[in-house]
Design a protein around this ligand. Structure first.
Ligand SMILES: [Zn+2]
Length: 305
């Protein structure tokens, strides 16, 4: 891992990291997970991106928080943070570095992977995940060209291709299909997994609605519910190019943008951040008991056979 990557992890918003770990952050405070706390003794300093418990003295940055909370060593904590935030660590290139080669992040080699998505194949684990657990519409799974494979250890992965507007393969996200297993995600070198499902823009009619979701699984749910949708990885990770694409699209087309933010503080924060880019973004409220659109979709699709 190089210094730039490490800095990316250290810059991940501390409160967002705490929430991903399952802490409930409210007004820059939460219960401290490192002692038997009943009074929200842990506080977060957004300006310094640190946490500190006034009772037990635990303190540090995002990586420290993950290390302590999950009982991980430094490397495992970095890996976890990267996976959780779709950050690509150049661990392949660091292998070469160790053996004396100069490290260089190679660009994504689409020609190596394109053929996998020409004839998608779903193994049993993938079918169970997509059709049984998520109840996705098979037409959506075909449109997204989802495919699957097993690695040498026999671990099943779902392979999710990212295309640009012109339909060119620009990146791949591999999702571990073993529940709870780490790493959850893996990206081939140089993958650019920014906005997901960009080819859908070519199908939009003037004035039509476009939903913005967080992450591809909510996007599949939204598509299965009959809406046109794209997904963003997360607001902090939107690149300048992605922001420009959204802004230009908004200025040139009569698309109306819609969003069902996750029913929590990060969800609302993401909505507000996106609203700065897309001022007309329409807020939809998820019903109580549904924390994201994926869950809501499961509820509404429950009535279908
Ligand atoms: Zn404490």
């Amino acid at each position: 891992m190089d210094r730039l990557e490490l800095q990316k992890l250290r810059d991940l918003p501390i409160e967002g990291v705490a929430e991903r770990l399952g802490l409930r952050v409210s007004r820059h405070k939460s219960l401290c997970p490192f002692h038997d706390d009943h009074h929200a003794s842990m506080s977060f300093k957004v300006s310094k991106n640190t946490f500190r418990c006034f009772v037990c003295g635990a303190s540090g940055g995002p990586i420290d928080l993950v290390m302590r909370h999950l009982n991980f060593d430094f490397k495992a904590a970095c890996r976890w943070l990267a996976d959780e935030h779709n950050i690509i660590l150049a661990d392949e290139s660091s292998k070469f570095q160790d053996s004396g080669f100069k490290s260089e992040v190679k660009p994504f080699d689409a020609s190596r992977y394109e053929r996998f998505f020409e004839r998608p194949w779903l193994n049993e684990e993938a079918r169970r995940f997509l059709f049984y657990e998520r109840r996705l519409d098979p037409r959506v799974v075909r449109w997204c060209r989802l495919t699957s494979w097993k690695d040498k250890q026999g671990v099943p992965w779902l392979q999710i291709p990212y295309y640009n507007r012109e339909g060119k393969l620009v990146g791949i996200q591999n999702r571990n299909l073993v529940r709870g297993a780490l790493p959850r995600f893996r990206f081939p070198q140089g993958s650019q997994c920014g906005i997901y499902n960009l080819p859908v823009l070519n199908l939009l009619r003037p004035g039509e609605q476009l939903f913005i979701t967080e992450g591809c699984s909510d996007c599949w749910a939204m598509l299965s519910a009959g809406h046109k949708a794209i997904a963003i990885p997360s607001a902090t990770l939107l690149t300048k190019k992605d922001v420009e694409l959204l802004e230009t699209w908004n200025q040139k087309h009569e698309t109306t943008f819609h969003m069902y933010p996750d029913r929590d503080e990060p969800g609302e924060r993401l909505f507000l951040q996106l609203q700065k880019v897309l001022p007309s973004l329409v807020h939809h409220q998820l019903p109580l008991g549904c924390k994201d659109f994926g869950e809501y979709y499961l509820k509404i699709s429950h009535n279908f056979p």
